[in-house]
Design a binder for this molecule. Structure first.
Ligand code: SF4
Ligand code: SF4
Length: 579
């Protein structure tokens, strides 16, 4: 009887770090079998689609993190937890029925400091099943668990070892290794189901990369996965003036002081005596959402096949209404995403914008033109004389596939041939431009030289013609920033961008003549600021439906450290090099 009481008295605090996983966390939270005394703490670092109070069950705590780092977010949640047991979950996992009961039972043994669950992926892949068996062996033998195995720990033990260390990777292994000094770590069943979305670009390649990273971790310890000082992380990429706090599901907010960005970009502009001023907007760039058929490593949107943030018909109608209004004289509507063609209202939007006499640009990843259900897309674009700006990071397969996934090069070539067949790249009324971005942490080469090389190779080998090549610098945000951090290259890359600052590029920056609109109709200076959540404000967050161009002209362009990506070397914009 006593043990049953002890079992029931054991409170579990579930901590879920979130970054742009609003729908997933809502699903997970709704299925948690919490009992009285248990609690749910969500620590959200999302910029674009933050978790809302209504997404969580009553009584849940919602915290907004100032840094996108799982270790940091989990420590924040743990600080506010009251339970004797901490359970750390990933937003995109599923916890089978009965898991919390198993967890409580295992913790009845006082020699157990923590542990994790065995894990399967939500994939039919035999290869992934096999990797899960290996992971089970690793967990059983070494007591090492990854974060997607629902790590749990006694709060007392967690506090004694000082919580998660602020590493950019393997903070989970690191915690397990330190916990083992305090007690046993148990591997529990039933297995949790973890999302296989990170294997979308190739399960073998990704597993091999993971394996090599684990090997590196085993050989070199935490050294290569450098520490991030808390203060440094708080400052990184925090848009100036943003605020954060902790609120519970009833809306009570506890304010916290948040570091704001050290904006050395503005300081450098001052030193160089150049100013960044708006001119009359010529381009309305609409990011219709994060849904994409690919998951490229350089993606600044964090787009992918499972993203569900897309523009609705209501928002589309709002944009069309704005285009009909006074003063909205922008001549070009530039559609981007994700893969913009994947939203249900893409063709409606294109048709209606064309009916209003505007030029339309489609930022196309090419492969979408060959996907099932999109067979007539190329003809649609041709019929509406939509300009196509297509990603093509190289004219050789290896570089393209390293960035964009297996099979993407061949599909891109086929799509380009199809577009050429329809007249794209050959006729002036059907412009076809390609986009090059470096396959790593370096600046693009000379645009005109690269264009000549592309033209020669694509014509000679594949008979492909196109109009212009745009070289675009990878900006250190979103997935590319995560990749840089993963490889300890973030600071070095920032150094490259800062050292290459070119004041002559400022005049052509796209934020000067563009209105950038997000999938919910919010207004930004550019698509990069959009991904960082740097929404413009006129006292309250600005949406296109409320945008007055006279007032817009007076608003300061919001800048931060990532802006060095636009001014490095020959400069960079959606239309390529600037000088
Ligand atoms: S870079 Fe483009 S094609 Fe690749 S995932 Fe991002 S939006 Fe999709
Ligand atoms: S990132 Fe945006 S705001 Fe910053 S310089 Fe580039 S275009 Fe302008």
């Amino acid at each position: 009887m006593g043990s049953v009481v002890a079992l029931l008295e054991m409170r579990i605090s579930v901590v879920i770090p979130v970054h742009e996983d609003r729908l997933e966390v809502r699903e997970l939270a709704s299925r948690l079998e919490l009992q009285e005394g248990d609690e749910l703490i969500v620590v959200d670092a999302s910029c674009c689609d933050p978790v809302q109070r209504d997404d969580l069950p009553g009584g849940a705590k919602l915290m907004h993190s100032t840094g996108i780092n799982r270790a940091h977010q989990q420590n924040l949640g743990a600080e506010k937890a009251h339970g004797e047991i901490l359970l750390f979950l990933h937003a995109d996992m599923t916890l089978p029925v009965g898991s919390l009961v198993r967890l409580r039972e295992s913790m009845m043994d006082e020699g157990v400091a923590g542990g994790g669950f065995l894990r399967y992926f939500n994939s039919r892949s035999k290869f992934l099943r096999w990797t899960c068996r290996l992971a089970a062996l690793r967990s059983g033998l070494l007591g090492w668990f990854l974060g997607d195995q629902a790590l749990f720990v006694r709060r007392e033990a967690f506090e004694r070892v000082g919580g998660f260390r602020l590493l950019v990777a393997f903070e989970d292994f690191d915690l397990c290794r330190r916990l083992k000094r305090l007690g046993r770590l148990r591997a529990l069943t039933p297995p949790v189901i973890s999302s296989a979305r990170r294997f979308a670009a190739g399960e073998v390649r990704r597993s091999l990369q993971d394996f090599l990273l684990v090997l590196r971790y085993c050989l070199q310890g935490k050294k290569p996965f450098r520490w991030i000082r808390t203060e440094e992380m708080k400052k990184e990429w925090e848009p100036a003036g943003s605020d954060a706090g902790m609120e519970n599901a009833d809306g009570e907010v506890e304010a916290r002081e948040v570091a704001t960005s050290v904006n050395t970009f503005d300081r450098v502009l001052d030193q160089e005596g150049v100013s960044l001023q708006r001119i009359f907007p010529e381009v309305l760039q609409i990011n219709v959402g994060k849904l994409c058929n690919l998951t490229c490593i350089h993606c600044h949107v964090d787009a992918g096949p499972k993203r569900r943030e897309i523009m609705t018909r209501e928002t589309v109608e709002g944009i069309l209404k704005w285009l009909d209004g006074p003063g909205a004289e922008v001549g070009t509507v530039d559609l981007t995403g994700g893969a913009p063609e994947m939203i249900p209202d893409f063709r409606y939007l294109v048709t209606e914008v064309k009916n209003r006499g505007r030029h339309v640009v489609d930022r196309c990843n090419l492969t979408i033109l060959l996907e099932n259900g999109y067979e007539d897309l190329a003809e649609f674009l041709q019929g509406h004389e939509v300009e196509i700006v297509a990603s093509m990071p190289c004219y050789e397969p290896d570089n393209v596939e390293q960035q964009r996934g297996e099979g993407v090069f061949d599909a891109s070539i086929k799509a380009l041939q199809l577009l050429n067949h329809l007249g794209y790249g050959r006729e002036d009324s059907l412009p076809l431009h390609l986009v090059y971005n470096p396959n790593g942490a370096f600046l693009p080469g000379d645009q005109s030289e690269l264009e000549a090389a592309y033209k020669e190779q694509l014509r000679k080998v594949f008979g492909i013609e196109f109009h212009r090549l745009y070289t675009i610098t990878n900006l250190p945000i979103a997935r590319f920033a995560a990749w840089l951090r993963h490889n300890n290259g973030f600071e070095d890359y920032m150094g490259v961008l800062r050292d290459a600052f070119n004041p002559s590029a400022v005049e052509g920056l796209m934020c000067r003549n563009t209105i950038s609109v997000g999938w919910r109709g919010e207004v930004y200076d550019c698509d990069f600021n959009q991904q960082l959540g740097m929404q413009l404000s006129n006292g309250k967050p600005l949406f296109l439906r409320d945008l007055d161009l006279t007032e817009f002209a007076e608003l300061k362009i919001l800048t931060a450290e990532h802006c060095f990506g636009c001014t490095a070397g020959a400069g960079s914009s959606c239309g390529g090099a600037l000088v």
